[in-house]
Design a protein around this ligand. Structure first.
Ligand code: HEM
Length: 144
C-alpha cells in the first residue's frame, strides 16, 4: 500500500512538472503577444491545478504513513526535509496555483489573466523544482 502510494506520488511529479512548465510558458507567450484567453489555455491551467490537488491528496496520505516523516529527528537533514521542507514548500506551491487560477478567472481583461497565471504558476514551478527530493540528494529516491 505504502509502496504503491510512493510510486504514484513519484510518477505524478512528471505530469505536474510537464503541465506547470507548459502552463507557465504558454501564459508568458500569450501575455507578451496579447493573445486571447482561449478554452485550450483555460483547460491547461485547470488540469495543472487538478494534478497538483491529486498530488496533495497522495502527499497527505504519505505524510501520515511514511517513516521519513519523523518530528523527533529534526537534526537529520532527510527527516527535516520530508517532515517540514518538502511538505511546506509543496503546500505553498499548491496554494499559489489555486489562488492564481481563481484570480485569473476573476480578471476581466485577457492580458491580466495570462499575467496572473504566469506569475503564480511560475513561482509555484520554482518551488516544486526546489522541493522535489531528486535522486542526487542521496536519500534513495528514484526518478519515477
Ligand atoms: C506538487 C506537489 C508535490 C510533488 C511534485 C511531490 C513530489 C514528491 C516526490 C518526487 C517524492 C519522492 C518519491 C520517491 O521516493 O521516489 C515525494 C515524497 C514524499 N512526499 Fe511529496 N510531492 C508533492 C507534494 C507533497 C505534499 C503536499 C506532501 C504532504 C502533505 C508530500 C509528502 C511527501 C512525503 C511524506 C514523501 C516521502 C514518501 C516516502 O518516501 O516515504 N508531498 N514527493
Amino acid at each position: 500500500m505504502l509502496n504503491g502510494l510512493i510510486h504514484a506520488h513519484s510518477g505524478l511529479r512528471w505530469v505536474v512538472l510537464a503541465l506547470l512548465v507548459a502552463a507557465t510558458f504558454m501564459s508568458l507567450l500569450k501575455w507578451r503577444s496579447n493573445a486571447p484567453y482561449t478554452d485550450g489555455g483555460r483547460k491547461l491551467n485547470f488540469f495543472t491545478m487538478i494534478s497538483m490537488h491529486v498530488q496533495l491528496l497522495l502527499g497527505l496520505a504519505l505524510f501520515f504513513m511514511s517513516d521519513k516523516v519523523n518530528f523527533s529527528q529534526m537534526k537529520d537533514a532527510m527527516y527535516r526535509f520530508f517532515s517540514v521542507e518538502h511538505t511546506t514548500m509543496m503546500l505553498i506551491a499548491i496554494a499559489l496555483v489555486t489562488i492564481g487560477h481563481v484570480k485569473s478567472k476573476k480578471a476581466t481583461d485577457e492580458a491580466k489573466k495570462h499575467k496572473t497565471i504566469f506569475i503564480f504558476y511560475g513561482i509555484a514551478l520554482l518551488l516544486v523544482l526546489l522541493a522535489i527530493p531528486w535522486p542526487f540528494r542521496g536519500w534513495g529516491n528514484g526518478w519515477f
